[in-house]
Design a protein around this ligand. Structure first.
Ligand SMILES: Cc1ncc(COP(=O)(O)O)c(C=O)c1O
Length: 374
């Protein structure tokens, strides 16, 4: 083991403002369903120019409620990306619907609209594009397909806070439900948490009710007029979220700075795939720095070599359809989505967080070059 200090995969920026905000809620005695909930929702909605937002206990919970809100139910099909975090497919199964995968674009790594259109059937209810690694999916193309085939759209924006579409709209601000995640490695964190942004006030009411055991706005605690869940986000978390939102621009800029350092350091390495550059006015909301190792390089050995120098890294992301549960349940196998499978087999997430220093990036570069022999 190296004597060098560990470079973690991720590290949140938390300061006195967050401490003060959380302590204030603790002292108020109202830890949940208090004033911070609406305050966080409104501030977040304004941030992405969405008419409404509903705070929930996780990105997964938000995706689940968003799918229910657009009417996904038993026997329906939802077209989505196999190159995503497993939650975006799992939530479809929560409603006894079927996730139908299509291959991804080799440059953006997002669900390819043409491939998605090709797997739409009469059972398809909704498209579920994922803005993977914070790069905006081609929403105008998905919106055209949805309009032609009369489908709903739910966006998985869990990794994409701060991302902007080519036409200048913020990810999360196009009207259909978009879901953000606030786990500790995200651009903004509440420890655990999530937010659904949307344009339709009635859908917000449904989501707000279903996150709170199916209770309607005007009902007392023990009266419930529909099936619901406990997907609430506490006021403690909302206060943390409000404080994080206030420093979001600064944190996003810092992530952009680190990405620039990495691009400079790793750009010349032959065969190494880097995150695609922003194109045509689209802007990535920097979340992770994931590289694809050159073909033929042993990924496990590379990760071990980085770990030996106290540098954390992770094979990220594995293809969902090749996970044992999905293979067994749906009979998926290698070769179905070749672009996704090639990318997934070579991807490694490197340490990436706003306060990462030039020296730390240089250390990662040095050890990575050594490990892959370039
Ligand atoms: C693409 C994607 N979808 C869904 C989720 C689920 O979010 P959470 O972990 O907050 O439930 C995540 C987060 O990890 C994600 O990265």
């Amino acid at each position: 083991m190296s004597g060098e200090e560990t470079i973690p995969l991720a590290r949140p920026v938390l300061g006195e403002e967050e401490e003060r905000a959380v302590v204030e809620v603790l002292r108020s005695g109202q830890l949940s369903l208090g004033p911070r909930l609406a305050e966080f929702e409104q501030a977040f909605a304004a941030r992405v120019s969405a008419p409404h937002a509903s705070a929930v206990s996780s990105g997964t919970a938000g995706l689940h409620l968003a799918l229910r809100a657009v009417g996904v139910g038993e026997g329906d099909e939802v077209v989505t990306s196999p190159f995503s975090f497993v939650a975006s497919a799992n939530v479809v199964l929560y409603e006894r619907a079927r996730p139908v995968f299509a291959d991804v674009d080799p440059v953006t790594l997002n669900l390819d609209p043409q491939a998605a259109a090709a797997v739409v059937t009469e059972r398809t209810k909704t498209l579920l594009p994922v803005h993977i690694f914070g790069y905006p999916a081609d929403m105008p193309a998905f919106e055209r397909i949805a309009a032609e085939r009369d489908l709903g759209i739910v966006e998985d924006a869990c990794e994409a806070l701060g991302a902007v579409h080519a036409d200048g709209t913020a990810v999360g601000g196009r009207g259909h439900p978009a879901v953000f995640g606030f786990y500790a490695n995200k651009q903004l964190t509440t420890g655990e948490g999530g937010m659904v942004t949307l344009g339709d006030g009635e859908l917000k009411e449904r989501i707000d009710s279903e996150r709170n055991q199916g209770r309607a706005k005007d009902m007392g605690w023990l009266d419930h007029d529909r099936l619901g869940f406990n997907y609430r986000l506490s006021d403690i978390s909302c206060a943390l979220g409000i404080a994080q939102l206030e420093r979001l621009d600064e944190m996003l800029a810092a992530r952009g700075r680190v990405a620039g350092l990495y691009r400079e350091a790793l750009g010349g390495i032959e065969g190494l795939g880097l995150p695609c550059a922003d194109s045509g006015g689209a802007r990535r909301g920097w979340f992770v720095f994931v590289v694809q190792l050159p073909h033929g390089v042993d990924r496990d050995a590379t990760i071990r070599a980085l770990a030996a120098e106290n540098i954390q890294s992770k094979p990220y992301l594995p293809a969902i359809h090749l996970m044992s549960f999905y293979r067994e349940r749906f009979g998926h196998r290698e070769g179905e989505f070749p672009v996704c499978e090639d990318i997934a087999a070579r991807s490694v997430a490197l340490p990436f967080f706003p306060e990462m220093s030039e020296g730390q990036v240089a250390r990662v570069e040095e050890v990575l070059r050594e490990a892959i022999g370039r």
